[in-house]
Design a protein around this ligand. Structure first.
Ligand code: SF4
Length: 241
């Protein structure tokens, strides 16, 4: 399909918002813009399932060549906290779920330490397909996959976004600073509160819990996140008259 044809298919002005048109879009994989120069406009998808259907057929970047499963997300798609990682690894690629290996188990323990469960978070990645040899996704690959990430953020509409590691921070905000410099600092992106935190795999490599070490810093950060969430929730519950 030509780029022009693809572009016209994703022109919002031609979109019919009716459920019937959504279902048509689901079943016609030729509607996926395979040319990375073609944007996927905000509002293209109504559900995570639609994003999953398209990503499993997507070849906007070369990572689509070798995937077993595109990895979309896990957790509550209406959660108040969204966690964004880097890219799927081998376990994630095989199971089609993000953060399912040792890193995922550690992430779940970190959340549990402040009484957050998988129902309180939605977890996704900057890239939806596994890079070969688990390398870091390139900027080109991240940019190709970003429209899906932006659509997921729009659908979840989280109060707080946690960015695990420098790649996730760079992918979403463009901030290229090292994670040790910016972890634990609140930043705003598109009107949303974000906090960069260490990637759990970094904590697996640095297991010390001594004050000042990465695990201890993560403990400070996740407590700050829980506190901020409670503040935001109590603001929402305040009497407005
Ligand atoms: S990583 Fe993203 S852009 Fe690249 S092929 Fe997979 S779904 Fe498409």
């Amino acid at each position: 399909m030509s780029s022009e044809k693809q572009l016209s298919l994703f022109d919002l002005s031609n979109n019919d918002d009716s459920p019937e048109s959504t279902s048509d879009s689901d079943s016609d994989f030729s509607l996926i813009p395979t040319d990375v120069k073609i944007p996927i406009p905000s509002g293209t998808y109504q559900t995570m399932e639609q994003i999953a259907v398209h990503c499993n057929q997507c070849h906007r970047c070369e990572l689509g060549e070798n995937r077993t499963n595109a990895v979309i997300g896990r957790g509550n798609p209406k959660a108040e906290i969204m966690i964004i990682g880097e890219a799927p690894g081998q376990n994630e690629d095989e199971q089609g779920l993000p953060f399912v290996g040792r890193s995922g188990q550690l992430l779940d323990k970190i959340l549990q330490s402040v009484e957050l469960s998988s129902d309180d978070v939605y977890i996704s990645n900057a890239a939806r397909c596994r890079p070969p040899e688990n390398r870091t996704p390139t900027l080109k690959e991240i940019e190709a996959c970003k429209p899906y990430l932006l659509e997921q953020i729009r659908l979840v509409d989280p109060k707080i976004i946690l960015l695990t590691g420098a790649t996730a921070v760079k992918a979403l905000t463009g901030d290229k600073r090292g994670i040790t410099k910016i972890r634990g600092q609140w930043m705003e992106w598109e009107g949303r509160l974000c906090m960069p935190i260490f990637h759990p795999s970094y904590l697996l490599r640095n297991p010390s819990r001594e004050p000042g070490k990465p695990k201890w810093l993560m403990w400070q950060d996740i407590q700050a996140v829980k506190q901020k969430l409670e503040e935001l929730q109590s603001d929402n519950n305040s009497i407005d008259f």
